[in-house]
Design a binder for this molecule. Structure first.
Ligand SMILES: [Zn+2]
Length: 247
């Protein structure tokens, strides 16, 4: 069952990048990010929206193989569907296609999320549509290419319970950072720092360790979140060693 959480874009920023809180919520519009880069997961896309997307684009949800993250409440009419009707009547869901993610799992999670939104907003399955339906864009492109067919996806939605799980409140409120193993050149550490800052959207620093360098992240709340961060660094092959340390 997909875990969901919110990282809501502040209202003042949301007003600049949407049509406002006028969404008629008649449709659920399915997209794919088409961003294959490692680390371009739901967390990274949610952070991008939260810190002010430089593109004139916005979407309510992003979902990957681990979780679904909400950036805008359903009342917000986001800019994603390429048509007035699609934007003002649709709740926009982006499925992440990062190359270090499991696409099939991300689609399954999206199906569970969609089932929940249908239940919460009383939207029938006939109104779960592709971005393509509103503007003719080739989106969601992998699904349209048949990687998971649209009819399979709709079947997944029908089979999902609609009881997606709200993330349990964090009980471990201790702060942790993730520290990588050492790099032999400063440039190697700089390259990793660049990915963490600009692709993952994290705070991160370089530490000198004698003649070698390490990368240290900003703080995570709870060791589980820090461990997930360390795993993300390793999965993206940015470091062989990455471990949570007490902050
Ligand atoms: Zn799209």
């Amino acid at each position: 069952m997909v875990v969901i959480r919110q990282k809501l874009v502040p209202d003042s920023l949301a007003a600049k990048i949407t049509y406002g809180k006028i969404n008629k919520r008649k449709y659920i519009v399915i997209h794919e990010t088409d961003n294959l880069k490692t680390g371009a997961d739901a967390d990274a896309h949610a952070r991008l929206q939260y810190s002010g997307n430089s593109r004139a684009a916005s979407w309510n949800w992003q979902v990957d193989d681990k979780e679904a993250v909400q950036s805008f409440g359903h009342m917000w009419a986001c800019w994603a569907a390429g048509s007035d009707k699609g934007n003002k009547e649709g709740i926009q869901v982006e499925i992440c296609v990062n190359s270090d993610g499991n696409y099939l799992k991300a689609v399954q999670n999206a199906a569970e999320l969609v089932a929940k939104i249908m239940k919460d907003e009383n939207i029938p399955i006939e109104r779960v549509v592709q971005h393509n339906y509103f503007s003719g864009k080739n989106c969601p492109s992998k699904m349209r290419a048949g990687k998971v067919s649209w009819s399979q996806f709709i079947t997944m939605v029908k089979n999902a319970s609609g009881n997606a799980q709200q993330q349990k409140p964090v009980t471990d409120t201790n702060k942790y950072r993730v520290l990588t193993g050492t790099y032999s050149t400063r440039q190697a550490a700089e390259n990793v720092l660049d990915v963490l800052k600009h692709r993952f959207g994290w705070v991160a620093y370089i530490e000198s360790d004698g003649s070698r360098w390490r990368v240290k992240t900003g703080t995570f709340t709870g060791v589980t979140a820090a461990q997930a961060g360390a795993n993300k660094i390793k999965t993206a092959k940015l470091a062989q060693v990455a471990n949570p340390i007490a902050a």
